[in-house]
Design a binder for this molecule. Structure first.
Ligand SMILES: [Zn+2]
Length: 60
């Protein structure tokens, strides 16, 4: 196992510059004034969306 320095993308703040550099699609302006626990998550964002709506149950 290799232990590269892996950032937990989901911990990045939605809409933050750092997150967006990693591919976050969450709205920037809408989140600017929001507290951390009330960030708006876009369904287009592969980083944050899944965590907030974990309805994808892959149990076959
Ligand atoms: Zn995001």
């Amino acid at each position: 196992m290799t232990k590269k320095e892996k950032i937990d993308l989901r911990k990045l703040t939605p809409g933050s510059l750092e997150a967006r550099e990693k591919g976050c699609k969450c709205p920037v302006l809408d989140n600017k004034d929001m507290p951390d626990d009330l960030k708006i998550v876009s369904s287009l964002c592969k980083i944050h969306w899944k965590e907030f709506f974990p309805k994808e149950k892959k149990k076959d």
